[in-house]
Design a protein around this ligand. Structure first.
Ligand SMILES: [Zn+2]
Ligand SMILES: [Zn+2]
Length: 255
């Protein structure tokens, strides 16, 4: 692995380590490219601030921190300033407008919730088709906006109903990703910690459709950069399905 674009820091309330700790860990792990993708401070109409995201008040410091590291480590590693963003149709444009002009180089699509009230999480088990349908519609509409560098944990939705229904929606996501030239992430955090994703059924559809696949550490602590075994096991698993992950990630400009 030479590039990781999925990195969280202590700027969001559920990750550990400063951006510089992550740079040092990434250097130690031998990466030549590192992208920071902190959770965007979404603008909610009622002024609500989610505990899961970076606080709006910290955005400027995050940006300055990462920009300073870009300069400090310029001869050692290529650093990129990014954000992980959900697609909430009614709030997306306004939220993106609020981070314009800060020098954000890339955004990743990471759909964790099924509504912009953030009350229904993708990981909670659901057997009703309407949930996987909603998830698929949000992710596909998001990808069609043409601003996302890649799709994080594309299989976060924990649909526990019929297999054929699952595959039908997985195919819609994969075909839309291909059409929109959006690579799909194999999420190493989920793989390492045994979450409901990555899902083998999803990745067999990925293989069928022939999507570009990238590995994402989804680091929530600097130690996550040292996971050679997980990485090799993930590559072996993907190879067994006929997938070879891409090493290079191509940035799509969000503005
Ligand atoms: Zn995420
Ligand atoms: Zn993430």
């Amino acid at each position: 692995m030479i590039a990781n674009f999925h990195t969280h820091t202590n700027y969001c309330d559920h990750a550990k380590g400063s951006p510089e700790d992550c740079v040092l860990a990434a250097l130690e792990a031998g990466l030549s490219e590192l992208g920071f993708s902190e959770h965007i401070p979404y603008i909610f109409p009622d002024g609500h601030e989610s505990g899961f995201r970076m606080k709006r008040a910290d955005l400027k410091a995050y940006v300055e921190d990462v920009k300073a590291l870009k300069v400090k480590y310029a001869d050692k590693i290529k650093i990129h300033l990014g954000l992980e963003v959900e697609y909430y149709p009614a709030l997306f444009d306004r939220t993106m407008e609020s981070v314009k002009g800060l020098g954000i180089e890339y955004i990743l699509l990471g759909q964790h919730f099924l509504n912009d009230k953030e009350t229904v999480h993708g990981c909670s088990p659901k057997a009703e088709e309407e949930h996987i349908k909603t998830y698929t519609e949000l992710v596909c509409e998001g990808m069609r906006r043409g601003v996302f560098t890649y799709l994080c944990h594309p299989d976060m939705i924990n649909y526990v109903g019929d297999d054929e229904i699952y595959k039908k929606y997985a195919k819609i996501i994969c075909e839309t990703a291909k059409e929109c030239d959006v690579p799909i992430e194999f999420n190493l955090l989920g793989y390492l910690t045994g979450r409901c994703y990555p899902n083998e059924k999803f990745f067999s559809v990925v293989a069928e459709v022939g999507n570009d696949v990238v590995l994402g550490i989804d680091a929530h602590e600097p130690e996550r950069f040292y996971q050679k075994e997980t990485e090799l096991s993930a590559i072996k698993f993907l190879n067994s399905l006929g997938i070879t992950p891409k090493e290079k990630i191509t940035i799509k400009k969000p503005f």
